[in-house]
Structures are given as structure tokens and as C-alpha cells.
Ligand binder design. Structure first.
Ligand code: F6R
Length: 248
């Protein structure tokens, strides 16, 4: 695991976008699909902006790209402004030439009876494509990646999960109050993320400094699920100065 520290978040977001773009182009040259695992939230916004810019100004094509988002609130309507479905279309998919059938985001409208089968199917779709070539991550203050909250196991797979109170507090402004934040989510598992061939975790700002110190320097434990990444052989943490301020 490598940690790279930048002064601010603009330059590293461009570097991460460049890595994704060159992966897309390498796969395209070999007539292969590029399977991307994507995150929502504030952390990856700069990466998506740069990918959109490269699509518009440099001809970066997404025709060979298949995406799998990490998570979605549950229950959640797609059209809801707080849905991750809405977020991804707003920040990326509406602005590039990805084929709609190549976009996979956990479906927050699936019925509880069908949820288990739906999650198994999500995993199988990833496997059928040869696994995730690249997984982009943010990190929550609980140490969650995706919505794998404390207690999540190393071998966990796509499933429904109960959101931690801290996670709901952090989401409350977007939902105009904690009472409106869903109590559950559908998330890829730790095992799903650990199977990705490449993982890049983005961390910006002082409020992530404590959890990033535990994640990078602490003991590996289900109490801080992001610590499992210490055992992933091709993971890079990309941080700004604020987020790295508690590293020793
Ligand atoms: C989002 C996700 C979450 C976020 C994390 C950080 O798809 O999986 O793990 O990455 O909650 O969110 P931000 O970037 O908004 O601080």
C-alpha cells in the first residue's frame, strides 16, 4: 500500500482521472471492456469533472466501459435528488458516451424479498466480466468503504447493511435532517472491493485525518473496515495535507 500526499485535491484528482483514462484506452486498444468500480460523495467529484473534460475536449470514449457503483441508499427512488443514481448521472454519466446498459448501480427500489437474489446477481455480473479492473473509493468517518460499516467482514459481499449513526449524521445536511436519511443501504462487500485489481482511495480535508491515521497505521480490524486495504497489494491512498495531518 502506498500513500501519496498532495497540497490540495485538484492536482491529484487529475492524476487519478489520467490513470483511469489510460486504463480505458489500453483496454480499448485490445478490444476489451474496462470494468470500473465507482464511488459517490464529495471525494471523487474532481475525478469525474476531469473525466468529463477529457471526454469533451480530448475524445476519451466510454463505449468500452462498464461501471459498478459501490452502493445506494435503501430504500431509494432513482429520481430522488439524494440517490446515488441521480448523483452519478449528474456528475458523470449524463456527460459522457457510456452506454446506459453498461451502468450498474445498486437498485434502491428492489423489494425486500428479491434483495438477496439481486445482490448475488450484482456479484455475478462483476465476476462474469472478469472482475473490477479499477475501484475508486472514498472513506467515511466510521472507516467505511462503500457502506461497509464497522463490523463488516473481510469476506463480505454485496448485501444490505444498516447505516452507522455517524454516517447518517454526516448525510443529514443532504437530506435536510437526519430523520430523512435512510437507515439502510445496499453495498458491495469488503471482499468485492478486495478482489479489484487496482484500488485508489481518495481522502480530502481535516475531518478525515483521524480515520485515515487509523486506516493506514492502525491494526487491521473489522472495527475500521478500511484497514483491510492494508492487505491489498495494489492500493494507493491519495490524500491532501489536511487528510494526512495525523499520520506519524
Ligand atoms: C459513496 C461511498 C462512501 C463515501 C464516503 C465518503 O459511494 O461509498 O463510502 O465514499 O462516505 O464520502 P465523502 O466523499 O462525501 O466524504
Amino acid at each position: 500500500v502506498h500513500t501519496i500526499i498532495f497540497q490540495e485535491s485538484k492536482e491529484p484528482s487529475v492524476l487519478v482521472a489520467n490513470e483511469i483514462a489510460s486504463l480505458i484506452r489500453t483496454k480499448e486498444a485490445k478490444n476489451e471492456v474496462c470494468v470500473l468500480g465507482l464511488a459517490t460523495g464529495s471525494s471523487p467529484i474532481g475525478v469525474y469533472q476531469e473525466l468529463v473534460r477529457q471526454h469533451k475536449e480530448e475524445g476519451l470514449s466510454f463505449l468500452n466501459v462498464v461501471t459498478f457503483n459501490l452502493d445506494e441508499y435503501y430504500p431509494m427512488e432513482r429520481s430522488n435528488l439524494q440517490s446515488y443514481h441521480y448523483f452519478m448521472h449528474d456528475h458523470l454519466f449524463n456527460h459522457v458516451n457510456i452506454l446506459p446498459e453498461n451502468i450498474n448501480i445498486p437498485d434502491g427500489t428492489i423489494s425486500t424479498e428479491n434483495l438477496k437474489a439481486y445482490c448475488i446477481d450484482y456479484e455475478n455480473k462483476i465476476k462474469a466480466l472478469g472482475g473490477l479492473d479499477f475501484q475508486l473509493l472514498g472513506i467515511g468517518r466510521t472507516g467505511h468503504i462503500g457502506f461497509n460499516e464497522p463490523g463488516s467482514h473481510l469476506n463480505s459481499r454485496t448485501r444490505s447493511i444498516t447505516l452507522d449513526h455517524i454516517t447518517r449524521v454526516d448525510a443529514a445536511p443532504d437530506f435536510l435532517g437526519i430523520d430523512n436519511v435512510p437507515r439502510k443501504a445496499i453495498t458491495m462487500g469488503i471482499g468485492t472491493v478486495m478482489d479489484a485489481k487496482r484500488v485508489v482511495l481518495l481522502g480530502w480535508g481535516n475531518n478525515k485525518a483521524g480515520i485515515l491515521q487509523e486506516t493506514i497505521e492502525g491494526l487491521i480490524s473489522s472495527e475500521v473496515p478500511a484497514t483491510y486495504l492494508q492487505e491489498h497489494t495494489n492500493t494507493t491512498f491519495i490524500l491532501d495535507e489536511g487528510a494526512s495531518s495525523e499520520l506519524t
